[in-house]
Design a protein around this ligand. Structure first.
Ligand code: GLC
Length: 410
């Protein structure tokens, strides 16, 4: 490794240590076998034991990108396992239970077809599969690309009930940002961390998890920014991998819808839109900044997000990483909260999504500062689920696999 390739604030031996420890984590979390119900073989990285034993869609995308630095065959196996969990109509689940179904204590909190014995949830996760297939591969495989495209088609068909070009989610954890305070105002007593969330899951179960039926009979659905950013990124990736211009047109349509509907001119933030009235959810969390990752968002909109948010000491410029909630929000909670996540701490995938945009816009020093702060925290504390943005204290799950995405950033 040349010294020039090491981000400021780190030395070459840091990067070597980071890579080697990252590899240890993904190796330790690697799981293979055959599903008992139908003998289907699987190979994936579980996020962290003992808490997260299953396969999650967006986690697997991040794992595959990390694996591509060590062993591309495992990256491919992980994504093929994810695709194998899907249905022929293009649906891909949020969580897949390969080894064994969720235990009776956890099972009621998973949005499955039946409470016990399900092999997967009926819900979605941020659809990053095309991004991961391209970044970790790409592997030239028409059938696999067809399946990835079918998932994006399924989302367009099933998750845009009002046809305005923005996908809806019906449960907070479909965003990957389960307990984010932005969902408190929308889901109230049914929020992901409240006991009544099981009633909301039951309601969705009765309606067959159909976004159309759920939207027709209530207000508990959101056009969520991060899911739409992931969707547009995947559409762009499909356009590049297939040379088929219709994917790029669809990506541009989502970007236009975000600009026209989610962008709040007053603050420059992209807000989720809740319920049939599409009420902007005016809570500043990192998903409000996620459109920075999209190529079709104009530079002036991006620069405003950077200057007024990411680099503002009152908002998102913290000593370590990028806080998941603006430090200015009353709900901002930087430390570990046993029952709730995404309410303040810095996660590695946030930096992974936003830092490349900083680099592209010429904020190199800030990009390196953010990466080095997280890398130092990971070297000191291990690959943890998230870090305290004030001092980098490692929090929640240990050996958390997507935090190894740092190898893709340094
Ligand atoms: C937590 C995170 C979610 C992630 C899951 C598995 O629930 O909020 O984003 O997919 O853990 O790691």
């Amino acid at each position: 490794m040349s010294v020039a390739a090491v981000p400021a604030g780190l030395v070459a031996t840091d990067v070597i240590a980071l890579r080697s420890r990252a590899r240890d984590v993904v190796e330790a979390n690697w799981r293979t076998g055959a599903r008992r119900a139908d003998g289907l073989p699987y190979a994936y990285t579980c996020p962290s034991t003992p808490r997260y034993r299953h396969q999650w869609h967006w986690d697997s995308c991040f794992h595959a990108i990390a694996w591509s630095h060590f062993d591309p065959a495992r990256a491919e196996a992980e994504l093929r396992t994810l695709l194998a969990s899907g249905r022929s109509d293009g649906f891909l689940p949020h969580t897949v239970f390969w080894g064994r179904p969720a235990g009776w204590r956890r099972a009621p909190f998973y949005a499955t077809e039946r409470v016990l014995g399900a092999t997967h949830t009926e819900t979605i996760d941020p659809p990053l599969v095309a991004v991961a297939w391209e970044r970790a591969g790409p592997w030239q495989d028409t059938a696999a690309l067809g399946q990835i495209g079918a998932h994006l088609d399924w989302l367009a068909r099933e998750r845009d009930p009002d046809g305005d070009g923005l996908l809806s989610i019906v449960l907070p954890d479909e965003s990957g940002l389960d307990d984010s305070p932005k969902f408190d105002v929308v889901f109230g007593r049914y929020a992901h961390y409240k006991p009544s969330t099981v009633l909301l899951i039951e309601h969705c179960r009765r309606l067959g998890y159909s976004a159309r039926r759920i939207a027709a009979c209530g207000e508990l659905h959101v056009e969520e920014v991060l899911v739409n950013v992931a969707y547009a990124l995947s559409l762009h990736a499909m356009a590049r991998m297939t040379d088929e211009p219709s994917w790029a047109l669809r990506a541009a349509a989502t970007e236009r819808a975000l600009l026209a509907r989610s962008l709040d001119p007053g603050t420059g933030l992209f807000f989720d839109l809740a319920g049939r009235a599409e009420t902007p959810v005016r809570v500043s969390t990192w998903s409000c900044l996620a459109p920075l990752a999209l190529p079709g968002i104009p530079d002036d909109v991006k620069r405003r997000l950077v200057e007024e948010q990411l680099l503002d000491l009152r908002r998102y410029r913290a000593p370590v990483g990028i806080p998941s909630v603006s430090m200015e929000e009353p709900s901002y909670t930087p430390h570990f909260d046993r029952w709730r996540n995404w309410r303040g701490p810095s996660w590695v995938n946030t930096a992974w999504l936003l830092v490349p945009a900083l680099r592209e816009l010429g904020y190199e020093e800030d990009a390196e500062r953010i990466v080095a702060s997280l890398a130092r925290a990971a070297l000191r504390e291990g690959f943890r689920e998230y870090y305290d943005p004030r001092d980098g204290t490692g929090e929640a799950a240990k050996g958390f696999a997507w935090s190894t995405l740092l190898v893709d950033l340094v």
